[in-house]
Design a binder for this molecule. Structure first.
Ligand code: NAP
Length: 262
C-alpha cells in the first residue's frame, strides 16, 4: 500500500499471536508512512520473527492498555488475536472506548460441521472434557497448553496432547503423551497419528482457519467423535475477516487524515 508521505505517520498497535496477525505485520512493515508495533502475550518460547518492532507481555488490563495507547500516541488499534483470546479482545474494546482510538478486529470464520462430521459442541473446555465417557478412552487433545489442568480433572483417559512448546506433563497424566509441534498440520498425517494411537475422541476449540483444521478432517475420515468447544463471547466491535480487509480499513483512516491535513 502506498500512503501519502506529507502526513504524519499513522501509529498502529497490532495485537497478535495468529497467522492473520503475522500476515498483516508483513504488509504493514512494507507500507509507507506507517509506524506499527506488534504485541504478543509471550506464551510461546520462540515466536515467529516479524519485521515489525515487537513488544511482549500483558498491558495490565484495559486501563493499562488505554495508558499504553495514550502514551504511545496510537492512532489505530487492531486486534488480530486468537478467537479464544477473549480477555485480551474484551480489554481492547474497553480501552478503545476509554481512549476513542478506532478499533478493528480480524475475526476468522468459525468452522461449521459438514457431512460426515460427528461433532458434539460445548460452551467450555471443562464441559467438553467432562462429557467424555467415564471409562478410560484414547483421546487427542488439540485444546492447547492452557487446558492441561482441565485434562487432569479426567485423569482416567490416555491423552495424546499436542501443544506448540514442549512441557512436562503433571503426574495425573502419567498415561498420556505429549507432542510439541507447530501447525499447519496435514490431514493425512493427523489421520495416521489418530490411527496409530487408536484415538476415539478429539477435543478441539473452534479456532477456524486452515492451520489446525487437519485434525477435524482426519476425525471425519476415521469416524472419530469431536468434542468441539464453541467460541467465547466477545463484546461488539468492528470486524473484518482478513489481513487484506484490515489494510483497506487502515488506508481509509490514512486518507481521512491526509484530507484533514494532519
Ligand atoms: P487471553 O486469555 O485473552 O489473555 C490473557 C491476558 O494475556 C490478557 O488480558 C493480556 O494481559 C495478555 N495478552 C493476551 N494477548 C496479548 C497480546 N497479543 N499482547 C499483549 N498481551 C496479551 O489470551 P490467551 O488465550 O491467553 O492467548 C494469549 C495469546 O496467545 C494471544 O495473543 C492469542 O492470540 C494467542 N493464541 C491463543 C490461543 C488460544 O487458544 N487461546 C491459540 C493460539 C494463539 P493484560 O490484561 O495484562 O494486558
Amino acid at each position: 500500500m502506498t500512503m501519502a508521505t506529507t502526513t504524519k505517520p499513522l501509529r498502529i498497535l497490532l495485537l497478535g499471536g495468529t497467522t492473520e496477525a503475522a500476515t498483516l505485520a508483513e504488509r504493514l512493515a512494507k507500507a509507507e508512512n506507517i509506524e506499527a508495533t506488534l504485541s504478543l502475550a509471550g506464551r510461546t518460547a520462540n515466536p515467529a520473527a516479524s519485521k515489525l518492532p515487537m513488544r511482549v507481555g500483558g498491558f495490565g488490563g484495559s486501563d493499562g492498555l488505554a495508558d499504553y495507547l495514550r502514551q504511545q500516541k496510537i492512532d489505530l488499534l487492531i486486534d488480530a488475536t486468537h478467537p479464544f483470546a477473549a480477555q485480551m479482545s474484551a480489554n481492547a474494546v474497553a480501552a478503545a472506548d476509554i481512549t476513542n482510538v478506532p478499533l478493528l478486529a480480524i475475526e476468522r470464520q468459525a468452522w461449521t460441521p459438514v457431512e460426515g462430521d460427528n461433532w458434539i459442541e460445548y460452551d467450555s473446555v471443562d464441559a467438553a472434557i467432562a462429557a467424555l465417557p467415564s471409562e478410560p478412552e484414547d483421546v487427542f487433545s488439540g485444546l492447547g497448553r492452557q487446558a492441561i489442568d482441565a485434562l487432569c480433572r479426567a485423569p482416567q483417559h490416555r491423552y495424546l496432547i499436542r501443544v506448540v512448546d514442549p512441557l512436562e506433563l503433571p503426574c495425573e497424566l502419567i498415561n498420556s503423551e505429549l507432542i510439541a509441534a507447530r501447525g499447519p498440520f496435514q490431514t493425512g498425517e493427523d489421520a495416521r497419528l489418530f490411527a496409530d494411537y487408536n484415538i476415539r475422541y478429539v477435543l478441539a476449540k473452534n479456532a477456524g482457519g486452515g492451520a489446525t483444521y487437519a485434525k477435524i478432517e482426519a476425525a471425519r475420515q476415521l469416524g472419530i467423535t469431536v468434542h468441539m468447544v464453541r467460541r467465547p463471547a466477545i463484546p461488539d466491535r468492528k470486524t473484518v475477516a482478513s489481513a487484506d480487509e484490515a489494510m483497506a480499513w487502515i488506508a481509509t483512516h490514512h486518507r481521512a487524515r491526509s484530507d484533514l491535513g494532519v
